[in-house]
Design a protein around this ligand. Sequence first.
Ligand SMILES: Cc1cc2nc3c(=O)[nH]c(=O)nc-3n(C[C@H](O)[C@H](O)[C@H](O)COP(=O)(O)O)c2cc1C
Length: 220
Amino acid sequence: MDALECIKTRRSIRKFTSEAVPKKDLEQLIKIARWSPSYKNSQPWEAIILSGDKKKALSKMLVGLLADNKESRPDLAPPTAWPEAEGNRIKQLLAKRKELTGIDLNSPEIIVKAKKANFNFYYAPHAIYLFQDASLSEWSLFDIGLFAQNLMLAAHASGLATVPQAFATDYSKEVKEFLGIPTSKRLILGLSVGYPDIDSPVNAYRTERSEIEEFCTYME
Ligand SMILES: Cc1cc2nc3c(=O)[nH]c(=O)nc-3n(C[C@H](O)[C@H](O)[C@H](O)COP(=O)(O)O)c2cc1C
């Protein structure tokens, strides 16, 4: 698959087969993603790959915290408001999802269900957490985002699938404690990783993109 095709056809996958991915193939994703550019080549990223019992135990802990109504405190605060253009795109996404799957992500009960699915990493056999030192600047958040995208592209190019999950950082403090990550670090993103269950209706929906005239100007 060439790079352009890979960028265009990557999408978030939320149903996986139960087949485990060999450790060397998971590590290969990190080996590729580390070639991402970063501010002054500072490489402000750290990763933990989770499989087997460790992953299951983490999911159990997260689902337990949710059931106990424990207040979530992600290290990166979730947005509370959106500018008009971005807000409209989110509304469009939620409406399309509701139309195609009947899932209404505006409903509080569905949000609890969605969180549970996220905490189970959509039953993927693996999860990856990305984190970095909490004293780093916004440029380093930018860099770890590039790392995350390259990791997802490497997975897609290798026949694997991912979904990036802010929800997986809801209980940042507890996740860091569980994984032995020092409190001086901030948890940025969790990702589910595995082989895609391509035939599942959950994976049928392809998100749309705005036309470039909406956000890009050509000048000469
Ligand atoms: C930073 C970030 C956080 C996200 N958090 C979640 C999440 O918690 N749960 C989820 O199912 N999808 C999550 N997504 C996936 C987005 O919904 C998805 O990328 C978007 O709808 C575009 O779809 P695509 O990835 O299939 O192109 C997240 C994506 C990003 C980049």
